[in-house]
Design a protein around this ligand. Structure first.
Ligand code: PEP
Length: 247
């Protein structure tokens, strides 16, 4: 059985002092990890995070990566730069990037490719808006988003992590029911299987207001392999409870 994976997405939060307190609390709260755990931090904090987590069982990651290798792309951070800071994971296609930075499926696929080239595992986010769900377009939306990444990265699909994050559930306190989430996860796993990979080995995370109270029920679903956690990952006691629910 593959290990479960719990990933914190700090979004644009943190400070040197707050990060230290949070990471030290996580390190001391975790004994030996039976599930994989990572935190995806803002790029300026990667150096600090790598120092504070080195020698621990926790991994760290970034929240975005440039689709370009290097050059005149002001403000962008390349996969090679992330690699220098020991990054293991990189979120790509988070709905906040799709929404506020107009990231289209093709760009997300290219970002996943850059990460894979450098041996960084892309956490590919897919998810429908409330309007899409209400219009009965949930399945069409998430499969379209994932198809772009599969097409661009076909031989390496087994090396990605997928995160199903219904947009209406992110940061809203409104979580998908375990049944709603399981339905989409099973669909995504079937799509990965049809693309030729060993879909059973690909981690599909749920994200969207996952918290200490609802994690166990979501993680009990057969196709939910872990979580991508925003708000609750900023509070050590809550994040530790979610990790405990995944063991
Ligand atoms: C996220 O940002 O990926 C997320 C799931 O946020 P939250 O847990 O706060 O809904």
């Amino acid at each position: 059985m593959k290990k479960r994976l719990i990933v914190g997405n700090w979004k644009m939060n943190g400070s040197l002092a707050a990060n230290r307190a949070l990471l030290e609390a996580l390190r001391s709260g975790l004994d030996s990890l039976r599930c994989a755990v990572a935190v995806c931090v803002p790029a300026p904090y990667l150096a600090q995070t790598s120092q504070l987590l080195s020698g621990s069982d926790m991994a760290w990651g970034a929240q975005d990566v440039s689709a370009h290798e290097a050059g005149a792309y002001t403000g962008e951070v390349s996969a090679a730069m992330l690699k220098e800071f020991g990054v293991r994971y990189c979120i790509v296609g988070h709905s906040e990037r799709r929404q506020y930075h107009s990231e289209a499926d093709g760009l997300v696929a290219a970002k996943a490719q850059r990460a894979l080239e450098l041996g960084i595992t892309p956490i590919v986010c897919v998810g429908e808006t409330l309007a899409e769900r209400d219009a009965g377009r949930t399945e069409a939306t998430v499969t379209r988003q994932l198809a772009a990444v599969i097409e661009e990265n076909a031989p390496r699909t087994a090396d990605i992590v997928v995160a199903y994050e219904p947009v209406w559930a992110i940061g809203t306190g409104q979580t998908a029911t375990p049944q709603q989430a399981q339905h989409v996860h099973a669909l995504l796993r079937a799509q990965l299987g049809a693309a030729g990979g060993d879909a059973a080995q690909i981690a599909i995370l749920y994200g969207g207001s996952m918290n200490a109270g609802n994690a166990a029920e979501l993680l009990a679903q057969p196709d939910i392999d872990g979580g991508l956690i925003g708000g609750a990952s900023l509070r050590a006691p809550d994040f530790l409870k979610i990790i405990a629910a995944a063991l």
